[in-house]
Design a protein around this ligand. Structure first.
Ligand code: SF4
Length: 491
C-alpha cells in the first residue's frame, strides 16, 4: 500500500504562485479549438466510476460539467456513492475560509476510504489549488491525495489522470499563468438549465478577493463561439441559460479586433429561441447604458439583475477597491428601475470589513432600504491569505460583526416579505423544475425573476412553462395555484 511518506511528487511539481498570478501579462490570449482525448487514454475509464464534489459558485459548477464531460469521454460513469467510486475529485472554492475548512474536513474523511482502497484516485482541483498555502498544506498533511490541478488546466485532465494512475506519484500541476481559452471541451449538462461561460478571470482586484489570482486575467470568448453554444443548447431543448463570468459586464473589453461588448452579446442572444436568459455576476462599474437599453427590451432577457454592492458606504467601497461610490451605484439602480420598472434586484453584501464603523454599516442599511432588494447573499468579512485586505487591521470584533449581519438580514427579510406580499393575487409565468423536495404533492418552479414557487400539479409538467396565481407569499417562498398550462416556450 502506498502511504503519504512513500509518495514522490517532485517530478511533476509546479508550485502555484500568487505573486506570479498578480502579474498581468501583455501577451495575447490564444483560443484553442483542438481538444482531443489522447489515443492511449480512450477507454481508460471503461468499467470505472467517478464522483465530483463541487464547492462554491456557478463557475465551479460549470467547470464540474466540463470535467464530467471529459471523464465520460474517457469511459467513466458517474456514481453518488463514494465507497464505490474509482476516482473522487473535490472541485474547491477559495472565496471564504469556511469553504476551505469544509474541503479539509472532507479530505479527512476520504483518507479512510483511500486506506481501504489504495487504487482510488483522489484529486483536488478548483480555486483552492491555485493557492500555495493550500498546496503546501496538502503536501504536509494530506499526502494521500493523488492529484492536484488548478483552474487553468482542466483540459489537461486526461494527461494528469494518466500520470496519477500509472506512475503512482502525487501529480501537482497548477498554472499561475493567466490561461488561454480552450473551446470544444466536452460538457455534461443535466436538467433544464444550462450555464455558458462568456468570459474567464477578473481584473478588478477587489482588495478582499482571491479570484483574480486564482482565475487569471479577464479574457472573453469570441461572440460566435458563445452564440453557437447558446444555439446548440436551444436546439437541445434547454429552457434557460445563465451566461457566466466573474464580471460579465467587462465582456469584450479585451477585444482589440472588434468593438463588441456585453450589451451587443445580449442583443444577439435575445434573438435565439431559448425562453429565458440570465447572467451572473455583474459589476456595477462596467454596467453601461447600452446594456440597460437591451435588457429593457425583455423578451427572453429576464427582469432579474444580481448587482453586488458589498457596502453602502463610499469610503469602505474605496478600501475594498470596488471602483464605484454609493452615489454611482444608486444612479445605476435608478436607471435600471426607470428602464425596467418591475426589475428584481438582488445583491451581495459584506459586513465587518476592516475598519467599518457603526455609521458606515448604517450606510449599508440605508442603501438596502433605498434599493429595496428582493434578496441578498450576506457575509461576514473573513480575510483571505494573499489579498491586500488580509494586511489591513481587522478591528471589528466578531460579536459586532455577527450583530451587524443579523440586523442586515432582518432588514432584508422584512423587505423581501413586503415585496413578495405585493405579488399575492398576481399571475406569473413559472418554469416547472420538478416535484418539491419537501412535499411530494407539490411542484416546484421559478418565476422569470427567479423566485421559488410551489403549487399543486402533475409531475409530467416538469420542464414546461405554466401560469400560476400567487396565493400566499413568505420571505423566501411563494405558493399558488396553476391557472393555465402553457406548453409552448415563452420568449
Ligand atoms: S469583481 Fe471583485 S469580488 Fe468579483 S471576482 Fe473580481 S475581484 Fe473578486
Amino acid at each position: 500500500m502506498t502511504t503519504t511518506s512513500e509518495k514522490d511528487f517532485s517530478i511533476y511539481f509546479q508550485p502555484p504562485s500568487l505573486k506570479d498570478a498578480k502579474k498581468r501579462g501583455k501577451e495575447d490570449i490564444n483560443v484553442h479549438y483542438s481538444f482531443e482525448i489522447p489515443d492511449e487514454m480512450i477507454g481508460f475509464g471503461n468499467d470505472k466510476t467517478y464522483m465530483i464534489r463541487t464547492y462554491g459558485c456557478q463557475m465551479n459548477e460549470h467547470d464540474t460539467e466540463t470535467m464530467k464531460g471529459i471523464l465520460e469521454q474517457l469511459g467513466y460513469t458517474a456514481t453518488d456513492d463514494k465507497h464505490e467510486a474509482d476516482m473522487i475529485l473535490l472541485n474547491t472554492c477559495a472565496i471564504r475560509e469556511n469553504a476551505e475548512d469544509k474541503v479539509f474536513g472532507e479530505l479527512g474523511h476520504l483518507k479512510t476510504l483511500k486506506r481501504e482502497n489504495p487504487n482510488l484516485i483522489l484529486g483536488v482541483c478548483g480555486c483552492m489549488s491555485q493557492e500555495e498555502s493550500v498546496v503546501n498544506r496538502i503536501l504536509q498533511k494530506h499526502g494521500f491525495v493523488d492529484l492536484i490541478f488548478g483552474t487553468h488546466n482542466i483540459h489537461r485532465l486526461p494527461h494528469l489522470l494518466k500520470q496519477a494512475s500509472f506512475e503512482k506519484e502525487m501529480v501537482i500541476e497548477v498554472w499561475s499563468k493567466e490561461g488561454d481559452i480552450i473551446e470544444n471541451l466536452p460538457k455534461k449538462r443535466e436538467g433544464l438549465k444550462g450555464w455558458v461561460n462568456i468570459m474567464y478571470g477578473c481584473d478588478k482586484f477587489c482588495t478582499y478577493c482571491i479570484v483574480p489570482y486564482t482565475r487569471g486575467k479577464e479574457r472573453s470568448r469570441l461572440p460566435q463561439d458563445v452564440i453557437n453554444e447558446v444555439r446548440e443548447l436551444a436546439r437541445q431543448g434547454f429552457k434557460e441559460i445563465t451566461l457566466l463570468g466573474q464580471n460579465v459586464n467587462a465582456y469584450g473589453k479585451d477585444f482589440d479586433h472588434i468593438d463588441y461588448r456585453f450589451g451587443d452579446l445580449m442583443a444577439d442572444i435575445s434573438k435565439i429561441d431559448i425562453p429565458r436568459v440570465r447572467f451572473t455576476t455583474s459589476h456595477p462599474r462596467d454596467f453601461d447604458d447600452h446594456l440597460i437599453e437591451v435588457l429593457a427590451q425583455r423578451g427572453n432577457l429576464v427582469e432579474h439583475i444580481h448587482l453586488p454592492v458589498q457596502s453602502g458606504n463610499s469610503d469602505i467601497l474605496k478600501k475594498m477597491s470596488r471602483k464605484y461610490s454609493r452615489e454611482h451605484y444608486m444612479v445605476l439602480v435608478d436607471k435600471l428601475k426607470a428602464a425596467i420598472p418591475d426589475v428584481v434586484l438582488t445583491t451581495d453584501i459584506i459586513v465587518g470589513f476592516p475598519g467599518e464603523t457603526e455609521e458606515q454599516f448604517e450606510d449599508t442599511l440605508t442603501l438596502v432600504q433605498e434599493v429595496e432588494y428582493d434578496a441578498a447573499f450576506t457575509f461576514i468579512y473573513s480575510p483571505r491569505d494573499g489579498t491586500p485586505a488580509a494586511g489591513m487591521e481587522d478591528n471589528v470584533p466578531m460579536d459586532v460583526k455577527k450583530q451587524r449581519l443579523q440586523r442586515l438580514n432582518d432588514l432584508l427579510a422584512d423587505i423581501g416579505l413586503r415585496k413578495n406580499k405585493a405579488l399575492e393575487g398576481q399571475t406569473m409565468e413559472v418554469l416547472v423544475e420538478g416535484v418539491s423536495k419537501n412535499n411530494p404533492d407539490m411542484l416546484s418552479g421559478r418565476t422569470r425573476t427567479n423566485k421559488l414557487i410551489h403549487f399543486a400539479g402533475p409531475a409530467s409538467l416538469t420542464g414546461e412553462f405554466v401560469q400560476v396565481r400567487i396565493q400566499q407569499a413568505k420571505t423566501y417562498l411563494l405558493t399558488g395555484e396553476m391557472v393555465k398550462e402553457e406548453t409552448a416556450s415563452v420568449s
